[in-house]
Ligand binder design. Sequence first.
Ligand code: PEP
Ligand code: MG
Length: 320
Amino acid sequence: REKELEKYKDMKLERKDGRRVYVNANIGGTVDLGPMLARGADGIGLFRTEFLFLDRDDLPGEEEQFQIYKEVVEKVGDRPVVIRTVDIGSDKKPEYLEFPEEINPAMGYRGIRISLNNKDFFKTQLRAILRASKFGNVKIMYPMISAIEEVRNANSVLRQSRLELLEEDVEIGDPEIGIMIEVPSAVAMVRELAEEVDFLSIGTNDLVQYTLAVDRTNEKIKDQFTPYHPAILRMITRVAAAGREFDIPVAMCGEAAGDKLLIPFWLGIGIDQLSMSPVSILPAKETINKWLNRDKTELIQKVLQMPTVAEIQYYLSRRE
Ligand code: PEP
Ligand code: MG
């Protein structure tokens, strides 16, 4: 089976009209570079930088972060690298930062909220990313965006960081800016958000958690944690449509991006960048290759009319 999948490793996936479909990797650090390169990832769709901040006694400084980002960027050559600013908080709390006692940490002090509340900390990371962006195709992504103001405030800190670096005569690149769409309010505001950024990336893990009010870590309700829920598929369809309307790419980087049964649906609504754990890349490429140039109009129409998880799952499992 492994051997059979090998042939997809260097395959470039393209639609009939020449538009490319990217199968990217989600990584947590330099240790994941080997596995993603071995499977022929087209780029890094999500670098979860919070892992650099965990399991240590102090904050990583600008130089230390810069060296790591630079190493990642250089190892993947000219392939795109989406570096997500820290999404700590919730279940990932470093000991050297002060956190409030929280009854609902997933809905608490986390992600972009922490970055915007600690501008120096945020600037340190943005400066390191801006410097690394000189060495390749880097994009910056903000997590947990729930309102337009957060994007504007984050971009304003980014602008300040850029100006400071230019004043210090430090060389920097010009990375594109994107946001995660993983909170339901961001879906409701997606058209306005699309006007503020260069790309969107759907985080299905948190989008499912927050939309369905199903804790992604709660075993007791794990059957209810599903991207097959019609509410999720309809919301994602709306995000894809906003991307087309405002002519910006819509990517996906939650676990559902590598789901074999859902891939035809993602391709059908026009999502052209799927990012996943390295182990999912080759099986996903096989499925994409099979579906890429088939007509998916009927599949999309049918699924979008179905009112239950069971019907959607059954219907998708019967497509060959
Ligand atoms: C997501 O929420 O889908 C996502 C990709 O981010 P994380 O899993 O790191 O929260
Ligand atoms: Mg998330």
